[in-house]
Design a binder for this molecule. Structure first.
Ligand code: E4P
Length: 218
């Protein structure tokens, strides 16, 4: 399973990449706004940190402008994946960009039917938002199960399921059990994955016993 980082904060991505925890990055207009920086500049910096796909999202809503924005974003670096919303114009843009060889991440997916349409439009990734569905008392992980099952039924569909809007480690574990290809994780969730109180207490006990021996390995 690939781990993407869901942020536009370059320093956080750099630190996680140094720890070997970054297979790619996803951004969206809200994350770029939060960074307070110009989009093209941030995307270029992120693309230089990781060779993996870096999703940069179009902000137009009509086909012609979406396509122009997608081509511009793709021109920033060879590892840019253009992100488009799951609308009619978005799917048309997805098909056009995919035919040019650009990987497209279709975002804001909230139903299995939408995911099927994205795959038929040649999306490299489909981004179902589990946390936002859970927020409205709907089963976000049920959507992942449905999409994984549907895509498996049709091996000619090459779209990868990119689990988005992940809020905690349990989302990641459930997604991995279902066989989702990728999860995009906020940096805080990646840090939570590491922690277990028994690891901390076990290590303290080992180190205390080791100290009593008076030995050192080197
Ligand atoms: C995915 O690509 C989105 O950027 C992100 O996962 C949305 O998460 P949120 O629902 O926490 O904003």
């Amino acid at each position: 399973m690939k781990f993407f980082v869901d942020t536009a904060e370059v320093s956080e991505i750099r630190a996680l990449a140094e720890a070997g925890l970054v297979d790619g990055v996803t951004t969206n207009p809200s994350l770029i706004a939060k960074s307070g920086r110009r989009m093209a500049e941030v995307i270029a910096e992120i693309c230089a940190i990781t060779p993996g796909p870096v999703s940069a999202e179009v902000t137009a809503t009509d086909f012609e402008t979406m396509l122009a924005e997608g081509r511009y974003l793709r021109g920033i670096a060879p590892n840019v994946a253009v992100k488009v919303p799951l609308t009619e114009a978005g799917l048309r843009t997805c098909r056009a960009l995919a035919e040019e060889g650009t990987p497209v991440n279709v975002t804001l997916c909230f139903s299995p039917a939408q995911a099927l349409l994205a795959a038929k439009a040649g999306a490299a990734f489909i981004s179902p938002f589990v946390g936002r569905l859970d927020d409205i008392s709907t089963d976000g992980m049920g959507l992942i199960a449905d999409i994984v099952q549907i895509y498996r039924n049709y091996p000619n569909l090459k779209t990868e399921v990119l689990v988005a809007s992940v809020r905690h480690p349990v989302h990641l574990v459930q997604a991995a059990k279902l066989g989702a290809h990728v999860a995009t994780l906020p940096p805080a969730v990646i840090k939570q994955l590491l922690r277990h109180p028994l690891t901390d207490s076990g290590l303290s006990a080992f180190l205390a016993d080791w100290k009593k021996t008076g030995q050192s390995i080197l």
